[in-house]
Ligand binder design. Structure first.
Ligand code: NAP
Length: 272
């Protein structure tokens, strides 16, 4: 656990971020959450919600100034803000793909660049990046989202190596499906190519089924707390049966079988 306990969680207005903010506050951490619209966020005991759009440099600077003014330091950053872009890879316009990366990948890059000088100066810190099952396995028709999380995985592995000498711990959390507002907030590529329709429809039907069966994000929040409390946090943490199973399959099965499994899991072939 970091020497002190000031935490910042991006995207704390709902879902995983909100569950994590609540849990850390209950455990006595000083918690700053964020939202692009803090006035619309349900009040959480002992959590201050700051305005933040991770796509805007000035917003990141203002958020960090506010944390430092109030707390004087920052021990834990949870990069959780994100959304999904749905549609076939060919359907996603370049601008839509760039906007997806702007939040899910460059949003993290911005936050990390803002906190590292502080954490290096302090001689301690912890950064936890929320990736996804989609960051360790392909999710058809969420291809650009998947790519943004794969990018986050590579970035985080390197970051962990580079900042280790400064006593800054870096980890990835890879949740499977969780019941949050992610599906409701999903954006879809504006361009629809009819040739993809049967496969797109089947993939989203499968995704909806998994989302319906998913548990609430408490498990992810509890995992984040475990990472914070760990003396030597690992690089990767998988949360949920689906993420654990798929990671295992990718590790031990030949690629051809993994590909077949992916088609079957997302009901891509007509027999489903
Ligand atoms: N739910 C799942 O099944 C699942 C599975 C694996 C990984 N994840 C990952 O978990 C993380 C949290 O998602 P969730 O499931 O909790 O979804 P959610 O309920 O939709 O929450 C997403 C959060 O991200 C924030 N956000 C979105 N764009 C932002 C931006 N540009 N700047 C700042 N904040 C922004 C939203 O805040 P405002 O709209 O208030 O600004 C919101 O608080 C995401 O990174 C997601 O990829 C989710």
């Amino acid at each position: 656990m970091p020497e002190q306990n000031i935490g910042l969680i991006t995207g704390a207005s709902s879902g995983t971020g909100q569950a994590t903010a609540r849990l850390l506050a209950q455990r006595g951490f000083t918690v700053f959450g964020t939202s692009r619209n803090p006035s619309g966020v349900e009040t959480m005991p002992s959590v201050e919600v700051l305005p933040l759009d991770v796509c805007v440099d000035e917003s990141v600077d203002a958020c960090m100034d506010s944390v430092l003014k109030q707390a004087g330091r920052l021990d834990i950053l949870v990069n959780n803000a994100g959304y999904e872009l749905g549609g076939a890879i060919e359907e996603a316009a370049l601008e839509e793909a760039k906007t997806q990366f702007e939040t899910n990948f460059f949003g993290v890059v911005r936050m990390v660049k803002a906190v590292l000088p502080i954490m290096r100066r302090q001689g301690n810190g912890q950064i936890i990046n929320i990736s996804s099952l989609a960051g360790l396995a392909p999710v058809p028709f969420l291809g650009v989202y998947s790519a943004s999380k794969f990018a986050l995985e590579g970035y985080t592995e390197v970051l962990r190596q580079e900042v280790k000498p400064f006593n800054i711990h870096v980890s990835l959390v890879e949740p499977g499906f969780a019941k949050t507002n992610l599906a409701r907030n999903r954006q879809y590529a504006a361009n629809r190519i009819n040739d993809y329709s049967p496969w797109r429809r089947r993939a989203f039907e499968a995704i909806e089924q998994y989302e319906e069966k998913a548990s609430d994000p408490t498990q992810v929040a509890e995992c984040i707390l475990r990472i914070i409390e760990s003396k030597s946090p690992r690089l990767r943490y998988r949360v949920g049966k689906d993420a654990i199973r798929i990671a295992r399959l990718r590790r031990f099965m030949p690629e051809s079988l993994v590909e077949k499994g992916t088609r079957s899991y997302f009901h891509l072939d007509a027999e489903h």
